[in-house]
Write a protein that binds this ligand. Structure first.
Ligand code: PEP
Length: 251
């Protein structure tokens, strides 16, 4: 059975103090509850270590939002995967559309980042997704296949350590959500593509998350789709009150 996961992406929000307070709120909201999915928060670098300490011993997993493509050394401002792992964090988001758009991240770079993450025991949450024009021109499947190609450089054993997140760029932070049918169509397409590149077992065991204006009100319908294994959540992850209903959408 593949894992169900609800992961928050705090993006460039929360000071250190606000991040710790948010982690505390989430820990308190989850205390004593039985949840049916893994819960992850991916925080700005500045908060990763403190949030990891704050939630230690709880069910909450912690991740970063990016890592360097390099192992170590003279790369001012970069944060290496082994530094992230040294905080107790277990996840790293790679290839988020905002990194692709504002930092020109491409497959060549993302392959290096994937290798760094995996070499340091981090689970990559690898984002793929089309922009509005690509959806409208019906080229989105080839765009996604092109982005998945970075993952397909991995051995089946390494690929199996990754989580995929389908995030239609036109739905991120816009309030526009892909309909559950649109999301399911792409998730099924991704799963078939994985089966074609590896095999049916690897495809069956890969968690594929949906991201893009997911919230408590639409999560139940999205998560009811057979190929949607959870969500990568931006805006609604910034408050325990709005994140919890998404977690609880897994009944
Ligand atoms: C995201 O950036 O990963 C995301 C899904 O954002 P939002 O939920 O705010 O659309």
């Amino acid at each position: 059975m593949r894992k169900k996961i609800v992961a928050g992406n705090w993006k460039m929000n929360t000071t250190l103090q606000e991040g710790i307070a948010l982690a505390k709120d989430l820990k308190a909201a989850l205390a004593g509850k039985t949840v049916k999915c893994d819960v992850v928060v991916c925080t700005p670098f500045i908060s990763v270590a403190s949030v990891a300490k704050e939630v230690e011993g709880s069910i909450i997993g912690v991740g970063a939002e990016d890592c360097s493509a390099q192992e170590k050394g003279a790369y001012t401002g970069e944060v290496a995967a082994n530094m992230i792992a040294s905080t107790g964090a277990k996840y790293v988001i790679l290839g988020h559309s905002e990194r692709r758009q504002y930092h020109g991240e491409n497959n060549a770079l993302l392959i290096q980042k994937l290798q760094q993450a995996l070499a340091n025991g981090l689970t990559p949450i690898f984002c793929v997704g089309e922009v509005k024009e690509e959806r409208e021109s019906n080229t989105f499947k080839s765009v996604i296949e092109g982005q998945m190609a970075a993952l397909y450089t991995l051995s089946a054993a390494d690929f199996a350590k990754c989580v995929v997140a389908y995030e239609p760029v036109w739905a991120i932070g816009t309030g526009l959500t892909a309909t559950s049918e649109q999301a399911q169509e792409v998730h099924a397409f991704i799963r078939k593509s994985i089966a074609d590149h590896y095999d049916a077992k690897v495809a069956e065991e890969t968690s594929i998350l949906y991201g893009g204006s997911c919230k408590g009100s639409n999560a139940p319908e999205l998560f009811a789709q057979p190929d949607i294994d959870g969500g990568l959540i931006g805006g609604a992850a910034l408050k325990a009150d709005t994140f919890m209903p998404i977690i609880e959408a897994w009944k």
